[in-house]
Design a protein around this ligand. Structure first.
Ligand code: SF4
Ligand code: SF4
Length: 302
């Protein structure tokens, strides 16, 4: 697979360095850096398109902010590219209207905007799915008894945080692993925005942290902290319109965090619950609480 990377700023360069270090270097046929001080609104995108572009299968564009993203369809057309990944790391980076403009310029090319990059999973596209073998939503295999013995990264966050977390989890008591994961994730540190994304109701950095914790919970097979719904108190959508589902940030990025069971009651999946507590505040019947009890997960990776 031939990959062209477009990058800008600290966020972009960290991702490029990690992807090259972890085995993608031979696939990178072009690397183009854009200044991180361009005006948000631009005309004449052609002026910013690099010369002598090679052909490629996949474009990964990391860190470009605002209108400069409109160079991507031009580059895609000049390189005969088939698929494009444009991760979102800041709420104002590429507003929905601009995403639609980019899509409208692309014919027969798959483009996706994972928010954050570490929420990327296979989408049924040949080249994007090949990319997700190594990078995207973190997935780890953990050997443990009372303490964590070994953590193997199967798929890592493109920024490299999963490998950093994995190194720091060895020797940690299993019941502390979720907490240590959150701590190490922030120490790395994640470079996604701490501004609240109004479409999600949470920050993109928090969403990335939830994804790291999800990997560790799935690797262990249990969660030590989660929101939990009391089925007796839950009104099953009557007089509440499932407000819990409506506000859950992880539901908004496509996770199945709150489901409706056969009795129309809401149920929370501890694997993807980020413990943001938004649902607790919104439920009009106080049917949700946080628990620190060990909660086994379903067997699947989800
Ligand atoms: S948990 Fe609360 S908001 Fe959600 S369905 Fe039950 S009663 Fe409604
Ligand atoms: S605490 Fe509630 S709103 Fe937050 S992630 Fe968990 S289920 Fe969703």
């Amino acid at each position: 697979m031939r990959i062209i990377i477009l990058t800008s700023g600290k966020y972009g360069s960290r991702i490029v360095n990690n992807m090259a270090k972890r085995g993608l270097a031979p696939n990178i046929v072009g690397l183009y850096e854009f200044p991180d001080n361009l005006p948000e609104f631009l005309d004449e995108f052609e002026d910013y398109v690099p010369d002598n572009l090679p052909e490629c299968d996949l474009i990964v564009s990391v860190g470009l902010f605002g209108d400069i993203n409109m160079v991507i369809p031009i580059i895609a057309s000049k390189t005969n590219c088939k698929s494009i990944i444009i991760p979102i790391h800041h709420p104002q980076q590429i507003p929905i209207g601009l995403q639609e403009e980019i899509k409208a310029e692309l014919e027969n090319i798959q483009v996706i905007f994972p928010k954050p990059f570490c929420s990327l999973k296979p989408v049924g596209d040949k080249y994007i799915d090949k990319f997700t073998i190594l990078f995207g939503q973190p997935k780890v295999r953990i050997e443990f008894e009372e303490i964590i013995k070994k953590v193997e990264v199967i798929r890592g966050a493109p920024c490299g945080s999963t490998w950093f977390i994995a190194e720091n989890l060895e020797g940690v008591p299993v019941e502390e692993a979720e907490f240590v994961t959150g701590d190490k994730f922030h120490n790395y540190p994640c470079l996604a925005s701490m501004n609240t994304d109004q479409l999600i109701g949470d920050t993109i950095m928090h969403l990335a942290g939830y994804k790291s914790k999800e990997a560790v919970k799935r690797g262990l097979g249990f969660a030590v902290k989660t929101a939990l719904i009391d089925s007796d108190a839950c009104q099953g959508g009557i007089s509440c319109d499932y407000l819990c589902i409506e506000v859950c940030p992880t539901v908004k990025i496509g996770d199945d965090t709150i489901n409706i069971d056969d009795n129309r009651k809401a149920k929370i999946d501890p694997a993807t619950c980020g413990c943001c507590e938004l649902c607790l505040k919104e439920c009009p019947f106080a049917a949700i609480e946080m628990t620190n009890d060990i909660t086994p997960l379903k067997k699947s990776w989800g």
